[in-house]
Write a new protein. Structure first.
Length: 231
């Protein structure tokens, strides 16, 4: 399975109020292993970044002035995520912004769901850790992930941390899925479960000898009328 662990930074909290994406960071997992393949870009939102957002991610309006607009990176971004499963913490937020950017292009890009499945790790964490804090910092602490470099939110750093958290959260699932994943092809091309031995002989049954049974009865006399011996 190809998975894309993704995070975004934005000008504010609500695309319905005209807020835009200013940073996308994503890392690729194949077979639950980081491949080293990443996507990272800063984007000129063509509007002012709110001060409250700058306080969170530290990305200023001046820094974004010479960056590409979304339409210039859209094809490359879509090519990177297409066909994979997006792994996102609080997915409705990020997917809502991505879909908003696609709508603004007005050239038939559709929606994120047209290209990718989406897994929300916040929902997963709430199921696994009900009643506990499940933001990214809390999950890093819970699973022993070093987030000491996270002074500000940053899309690529947060995507890398989330990948580590996601793998730690779901580590036990690989064993449960092992039998389903490890299939071998027989000579006729039919998938066979590797763990099932074909035409296996019957199990050998070993019975106690008369002497062993007598010794067992003598041992039971020392216990004194055990409950399981009604004779």
């Amino acid at each position: 399975m190809r998975q894309i662990v993704l995070d975004t930074e934005t000008t504010g909290l609500d695309p319905a109020q005209g807020h835009r994406i200013i940073e996308i960071g994503a890392v690729e997992l194949i077979g639950r292993k980081l491949t080293g393949n990443t996507f990272h870009v800063y984007i000129n939102p063509q509007r002012v970044v709110e001060q409250g957002a700058i306080d969170v991610h530290g990305i200023t309006n001046e820094f974004l002035q010479d960056k590409p607009v979304f339409s210039q990176i859209a094809d490359e971004f879509l090519e990177f995520i297409k066909g994979g499963e997006l792994v996102i913490h609080n997915a409705p937020f990020d997917v809502g912004f991505i879909d908003h950017e696609f709508r603004l292009l007005r050239n038939g890009f559709g929606q994120t769901k047209d290209y990718c499945a989406v897994l929300d790790t916040l929902m997963l964490a709430r199921e696994m850790r009900p009643g506990q804090k499940n933001n990214l910092d809390a999950l890093c602490r819970a699973y022993g992930i070093d987030n000491s470099n996270r002074t500000f939110h940053g899309a690529l750093l947060d995507a890398e941390l989330l990948a580590d958290v996601y793998l730690a959260m779901t580590g036990g699932q690989t064993k449960l899925e092992l039998a389903a994943q490890n299939k071998q092809q027989s000579k006729d091309g039919v998938p066979r479960d590797w763990s099932r031995v074909q035409n296996k002989p019957p199990l050998r049954v070993i019975k106690a000898t008369d002497d062993e049974l007598a010794a067992h009865r003598e041992r039971l006399k020392l216990i004194g009328a055990p409950l399981w011996d009604e004779s």
